[in-house]
Design a protein around this ligand. Sequence first.
Ligand SMILES: Nc1ncnc2c1ncn2[C@@H]1O[C@H](COP(=O)(O)OP(=O)(O)OP(=O)(O)O)[C@@H](O)[C@H]1O
Ligand SMILES: [Mg+2]
Length: 207
Amino acid sequence: MQYTPDQEKAIKDRPAGNVLVSASAGSGKTRVLVDRIIDMVKNQGINIDQLLVVTFTNAAAKEMRERLRSSLQSEFAKATSADSRKHLLTQIRKVAVADITTMDAYCQKLVARYYYILGIDPNFRVLSDNTEIQLLKEQVWDNVREDLYGEDKDHSFADLTENFSNDRSDDGLTDVVFQMDAFANVNEDPDKWLNDAASFYKIGQEG
Ligand SMILES: Nc1ncnc2c1ncn2[C@@H]1O[C@H](COP(=O)(O)OP(=O)(O)OP(=O)(O)O)[C@@H](O)[C@H]1O
Ligand SMILES: [Mg+2]
């Protein structure tokens, strides 16, 4: 196959930084990424399981793994020296377990391997069902609200609830809390964001 000059550059160049491959649909982006990896494995003695290849979807990861496997197989068929045949055969075996995966799946693998450092139960489970997430959130909020009402000696929590209620419902505060939760969780440090958010409402404490 004859690469275009841009493809050639993206495959063979080894700049110290990053390479951005941007081209229209079906124009050979995945080909470039696959051949870049094959070039590293073939010409630089790198093992395929030393690389982390991240895709957006599971389907793309599967495609990438299959394309790497078939490229490795055709390189193996072309290889003449005993050393490179041995190296390529090892890669063909390793491609099945190489980290060619989505970011989510890779993170899950890391957590499963290092749960003891993170202080997490090894039987952890990923909460991915949106209905379950919502139910759990509501349960937690119900408990928190009950506690806050129980301790509400100065009536401040009742006032807060009242402040966000209207004549039809008193879900106003619930909506605000859930919105704050959503906002906080897209930040790197949600607790810090929540603490800082309160500072906007401190009046007359400048400097
Ligand atoms: N320089 C080239 N000469 C001939 N065929 C090529 C060349 N580059 C890529 N191809 C072939 O074109 C087809 C599409 O390439 P590829 O899947 O890499 O495109 P893509 O940009 O990743 O597409 P998509 O946007 O759908 O992800 C593949 O069969 C690939 O082997
Ligand atoms: Mg592609």
